[in-house]
Design a protein around this ligand. Structure first.
Ligand code: PNS
Length: 162
């Protein structure tokens, strides 16, 4: 069984992430979408909130599982008996960082392969950071994140920012 892990912060999941999840679920027997800690980011949404968002938007994808992990991604991969990391690439600007991560993960465990999937061009401008900025400033989130989570995002921002 070919298992792939799609790791990320997903703070929150965007339509760009969902596009990668849907497309990779057609290529692999099972895709585990895993929230991991990015030490250079401070998330706006708790792990529980992000898990809930991911569960909502993947509920119709039978071979997609949602999870969270801690520590090194390569150790998480071992626990899950998975060797393939899926990453989405939007533009050249993503490449340097992702290339470094892929090489580091391969250095930590040479059995791990990172496969890059290009983001569909219609989502190439999207990122969780841009989505959060639009949401905080009262812009419309339609077409940026899946419809099922728009209310939850707006509600959380209203509660925390008044
Ligand atoms: O969505 P992001 O923030 O670009 O995802 C980055 C993430 C969470 C996948 C990455 O930071 C990660 O793998 N974190 C776990 C710790 C780890 O294994 N780091 C890579 C080796 S230094």
């Amino acid at each position: 069984m070919k298992i792939a892990v799609y790791p990320g912060s997903f703070d929150p999941v965007t339509n760009g992430h969902l596009d990668i999840i849907e497309r990779s679920s057609k290529v692999f027997d099972k895709v585990i979408v895993t929230i991991m800690k990015n030490s250079s980011k401070s998330p706006m949404f708790s792990v529980e909130e992000r898990l809930e968002f991911l569960r909502k938007v993947t509920k119709n994808l039978d071979n997609v599982e949602v999870d969270c992990g801690s520590g090194l991604l390569v150790n998480y991969m071992k626990q899950k008996h998975a060797r393939i990391i899926i990453k989405g690439l939007r533009a050249v600007s993503d490449f340097e960082y992702e290339f470094q991560m892929a090489l580091m993960n391969s250095k930590l465990n040479p059995e791990i392969e990172t496969l890059f999937m290009t983001t569909s061009s219609k989502y190439s401008y999207l990122s969780s950071s841009v989505v959060k900025e639009v949401a905080i400033l009262g812009g419309c989130l339609k077409e940026l994140v899946p419809d099922e989570i728009i209310f939850d995002i707006v509600n959380k921002i209203r509660k925390t920012r008044g």
